[in-house]
Every structure is written in structure tokens, then in C-alpha cells.
Design a protein around this ligand. Structure first.
Ligand SMILES: *[C@@H]1O[C@H](CO)[C@@H](O)[C@H](O)[C@H]1NC(C)=O
Ligand SMILES: *[C@@H]1O[C@H](CO)[C@@H](O)[C@H](O)[C@H]1NC(C)=O
Length: 326
């Protein structure tokens, strides 16, 4: 498995070398922690995280940190190995020494919340390391910063049922699609994208790139794709739907076909995926625990930006297959 990852990374790294290096990047990540310190053997922490960033400059006194809030998580009850579902965005700028300060607290209903550990991570180094980064916390346990890559695809459908029934119509539907997602822990669906309407088209191919940027690996998220027929004179009619596990989608490339459920006549949808979905190793134990005495300003090489989300999407737009099976 390690070798496979290495091969995939080498290929991507090589590809990245051809693309113009980026100087800024919108970095997307999520957090989990392991073996958080417990007050006693019966009580596990109700842990939450606050993340800040600051500019760490080489040789300067960093004791007066200008902290900027990056975000925070809600607390997870009674869990020394919490896995937070929040996805964070951070604007990275090359070579500026941006550093994350991650503070883990134990939520306390009675007294004030207790700090149970903190860690610092250089954002440059996070981007250089190809996968997840695990750092030790100051008072035991560790925190893992997980790279979150978007899922993106283009959508087509085949053999859509004819639903236009008004007089003078040829019967062919005017389809559009609504794409939403659902987290395992949440009953509500959140809309990601709505395509345009393609008039009189039973085999539509939408030009939109549909991007699911809230994807979290192994969080058992589901994508719902529903197709409707736009009707000018009445309510839009439902044409069919597909429910797709996000984790399974990341293992696919090229054209992936799903039958359209609650439809008739063998209708299907086709998700056109980039040819190589980028894979991440589950955990590199690159230990980036940094004490304040260590200089961490490391100007990055151009290649290091090849892993950024923008560049990934950019590759991937070029890679998405335009030939669709009949
Ligand atoms: C970064 O990406 C997220 C999600 O794609 C987006 O919501 C956010 O506005 C972006 N931030 C910037 C500064 O572009
Ligand atoms: C991180 O913590 C683990 C377990 O406590 C320890 O074995 C390891 O040496 C630590 N790494 C560093 C760099 O402190």
C-alpha cells in the first residue's frame, strides 16, 4: 500500500512540476485527536479545539504573537479520541512563515473551560507533507490535521423519462439536477449545486463542474443527486434520483454510471470523474511538534504548492473526460 501511494505521489508530483506554482492557496483541513489526557480514569474530556494563526518570523521574538482566529469546533462529549467533522479553510501564502496554534480545551459546564493541550504547526510544512500531519500536544495525546480534498465531477444522464405532457409538447423533458449531501450524524441535507435546465433533452450533459468541498474521508457522507423536469405551467416533475457514498466515489475515476432510482425505462446518470483522484495516506507520523525555540521559517520550493486544492481542481478540470458512453 505504501508503495502504491508513493507511485501515485510521484506521478502527481511530476505533473505538478509542469503547472505554474501558486503563491497562495485555499487550504482545506479537518481535525481529530488521539489519547487526550483525562482528569481521572472515569472521566474522558468533552474536547473542542480553537485554531489560531500567526506569522512566525525567523530570528524575531515571537512571544508577542498577533493571533488571528482560524476557527473552532463544537465539543464532543466524553471522548478521548474525538474526530471533529468541521472543515476549515485557511488562506496560505508562500514563504510567510504562517503557523497554526491549535488549542484543545475540555468543555466544562460548571467552571471555566480547561486547556488540555496545545501544539503549533507550520502551514508550509503541512503543505509539503503529502498527507495528514500528526503532532504531539503539549500535555499528552496528539492532534491530526487531515487534508480534505474536494470531490469534483461533471454530470450527464441517459434515457430520461418523457414528462412534458402539455399540448403541443414533444414530451421530452427539460431536465436539471440538484446535488446535495448529508452527513452521517445529521438528518438535514445541504445543497451543493443546482445545474441549469437543458431544454428538450433526454440525454443531457451539463457543463458545470460540481465540486463537493465539504468531503471528509471516512465520514460516511452521502451525495444525493435528484433530477427534475422544468415545467413552465406547473410544478417541476421529479425524474429520478441516486444516492452515492462519497467515500466510494473517491475510489473511482473516468465515467461512473449509476442507475436512476424511482425512475423508469432504464434511466441512468453518469459522473465524469478526473482520471486520477488524488489519494492521501491515512496517516504519516511526520512529527512537527515545535517548541518556540525552534526556527520554523522554511521558504518552500515551487513544487510544494502542487498539492494545493486550486491546482488540484485545475488539473482535474482538464482531466475530466469529455467522451460519454452512449
Ligand atoms: C476557500 O474555500 C472555501 C470552500 O471552497 C470557500 O468557502 C472560501 O470562501 C474560500 N476562501 C477564500 C478566501 O477564497
Ligand atoms: C510524541 O509522543 C509519543 C507518545 O507519547 C512519543 O513516543 C514521541 O516520542 C513524541 N514525539 C515527539 C517528537 O516528542
Amino acid at each position: 500500500m505504501k508503495t502504491l501511494h508513493l507511485i501515485i505521489f510521484s506521478v502527481l508530483y511530476f505533473k505538478g512540476a509542469f503547472a505554474a506554482p501558486l503563491d497562495t492557496s485555499n487550504v482545506t483541513f479537518a481535525l481529530s485527536a488521539k489519547s487526550l489526557p483525562c482528569k481521572d480514569q472515569f472521566t474522558q474530556p468533552d474536547a473542542y479545539v480553537q485554531i489560531y494563526s500567526y506569522i512566525k518570523s525567523m530570528g524575531a521574538d515571537n512571544s508577542q504573537k498577533q493571533l488571528q482566529v482560524v476557527g473552532s469546533t463544537p465539543y464532543i462529549l466524553n471522548d478521548m479520541n474525538p474526530d471533529w467533522s468541521e472543515v476549515f479553510n485557511f488562506m496560505w501564502t508562500r514563504g510567510t512563515g504562517q503557523t497554526w496554534l491549535i488549542k484543545v480545551f475540555d468543555h466544562d459546564h460548571v467552571s471555566s473551560n480547561d486547556l488540555i493541550g496545545s501544539a503549533e504547526v507550520s502551514v508550509d510544512r503541512f503543505l509539503e507533507s503529502e498527507g495528514n500531519v500528526k503532532v504531539n500536544l503539549s500535555h499528552g495525546g496528539s492532534i491530526t490535521i487531515k487534508r480534505v480534498l474536494p470531490i469534483a465531477f461533471k454530470l450527464s444522464a441517459r434515457n430520461l423519462p418523457h414528462r412534458d405532457r402539455y399540448i403541443g409538447s414533444n414530451g421530452i423533458s427539460d431536465p436539471y439536477a440538484i446535488i446535495s449531501y448529508q452527513d452521517l450524524s445529521d438528518d438535514t441535507e445541504k445543497e451543493i449545486h443546482q445545474t441549469g435546465v437543458l431544454t428538450d433533452n433526454e440525454n443531457p450533459t451539463w457543463s458545470d463542474t460540481i465540486e463537493f468541498n465539504k468531503y471528509i474521508p471516512n465520514a460516511r457522507q452521502t451525495l444525493h443527486i435528484r433530477l427534475f423536469d422544468r415545467d413552465l405551467f406547473s410544478r417541476d416533475e421529479f425524474l429520478g434520483e441516486a444516492h452515492i457514498k462519497a467515500d466510494e466515489l473517491t475510489e473511482q475515476s473516468g465515467n461512473v454510471i449509476f442507475p436512476l432510482e424511482k425512475s423508469e425505462g432504464g434511466a441512468s446518470i453518469i459522473l465524469r470523474m478526473p482520471h486520477r483522484q488524488k489519494e492521501l495516506p491515512t496517516e504519516t507520523s511526520t512529527d512537527l511538534h515545535l517548541t518556540s525555540s525552534q526556527p520554523i521559517y522554511t521558504p518552500t520550493t515551487p513544487e510544494s504548492a502542487s498539492t494545493s486544492n486550486e491546482e488540484y481542481i485545475h488539473h482535474y478540470d482538464n482531466e475530466i473526460h469529455d467522451e460519454i458512453p452512449k
